[in-house]
Design a protein around this ligand. Structure first.
Ligand code: SF4
Length: 350
């Protein structure tokens, strides 16, 4: 007979997160884009605002962030940049947990996003009330959560990690003889567990984008491109990771394209990252890892539908209307900042 908690966890596995259709923004020609970008630049200046964009957003947004003095980076650097900036208003192009992390670290600043409905399947698949129950049922474990979680989930955690620092943090806990409760990405958790050998209890979440990469199609593609190097983000399933030449965070994969002497790469992560890779290594050939083929769903493509909710159009709107502000209960914020600061302090010692 299952306990009530086990029954709820089983239900969670049976009801996958509903993925929205990819938003269809009206096609803009180059003069229209240039005009919109200029208007946004002016609005950012007028409002003492800075634009912070994730590597998975549209290339036009990434370019605008850089051209206007903002930044393009992974979720950790986005939050760090926000803290170090003098701007009063942080405009986050990405998904909601990124806006929340920026607000948790910068309570005195206003944080807005083009669309607050831009979420993440990992965040959605880890509801805070059930997560708290799960943690309470395993009090002997140290709770480590991935950045892709809500403020309320972070508030229940001992540590927050990003994919770039997950391995050393878990190894550090293992060296102290700790057992780890890991949430929400089961694939990243499994990868960390495999490399560290640490006893970990895994929450059953996954990323809808990385879950779509197909191992048989990937090995076929590799046979066609024998000289290609396979780069994989560790949110991908194990059978994809096992084919990788390099496994790493978004920043690590970009660095691999830039620094390795290889000329051709097959890349298993969101295609938004190609903009930065092309910028840093314009002569290298980048091939998207396959998502179609056997087992593919109608949503199969290597682009996050929630990241796709950010566009030049709604970025301009949110700057004009001042809507879509991230607000976090102060009690939650004060608890959620603890595991984030713990990670930042740990990172600073390395
Ligand atoms: S790509 Fe995956 S992990 Fe990243 S925001 Fe989208 S659903 Fe979440």
């Amino acid at each position: 007979m299952n306990t009530p908690l086990e029954q709820k966890m089983a239900q969670l596995k049976q009801h996958p997160v509903v993925v929205p259709p990819h938003p269809a923004w009206p096609e803009l020609n180059n003069p229209q884009k240039a005009k919109l970008k200029e208007e946004i630049r002016q609005l950012l200046q007028d409002k003492n605002a800075v634009l912070v964009a994730h590597y998975y957003t549209d290339g036009d947004l990434q370019a605008l962030a850089e051209e206007s003095g903002g930044c393009v980076s992974d979720s950790l650097e986005m939050a760090r940049f926000g803290s170090q900036s003098d701007a009063e208003l942080l405009v986050v192009c990405g998904v909601r947990f990124m806006g929340e992390t920026a607000k948790i670290l910068n309570p005195e600043k206003r944080v807005i996003m083009p669309d607050l409905k831009a979420t993440c399947s990992l965040d959605e698949g880890c509801p805070a009330d059930l997560f708290r129950e799960f943690c309470d049922a395993h009090p002997e474990h140290t709770v480590v959560v991935y950045a892709n979680t809500s403020a309320a989930v972070k508030a229940r955690a001992d540590w927050m990690v990003t994919s770039s620092i997950a391995l050393p943090v878990v190894q550090h806990l293992a060296d102290q003889g700790k057992k780890v409760l890991w949430a929400p990405d089961k694939h990243l958790g499994h990868y960390v567990q495999k490399l560290t050998g640490v006893e970990m209890l895994l929450w059953p979440g996954s990323c809808v984008v990385h879950e779509e990469f197909k191992s048989v199609a990937l090995s076929r593609l590799r046979k066609l491109h024998k000289d290609a190097t396979i780069l994989v983000h560790p949110e991908s399933p194990d059978e994809i990771i096992r084919q990788a030449d390099v496994v790493g965070s978004t920043t690590a994969l970009i660095k691999a394209v830039k620094d390795l002497p290889n000329q051709k790469f097959i890349i298993a992560t969101d295609e938004g990252i190609f903009w930065k890779m092309h910028q840093l290594a314009p002569d290298k050939k980048l091939i998207a890892a396959p998502t179609a083929g056997e087992g593919a769903s109608c949503e199969s493509c290597a682009h996050c539908p929630w990241m796709g909710m950010n566009s030049l159009q709604n970025l301009k709107q949110v700057l004009e209307t001042n809507k879509h502000e991230i607000l976090i209960d102060e009690n939650i914020r004060q608890q959620a900042v603890v595991p984030i600061r713990r990670m930042l302090d740990f990172a600073a010692t390395r």
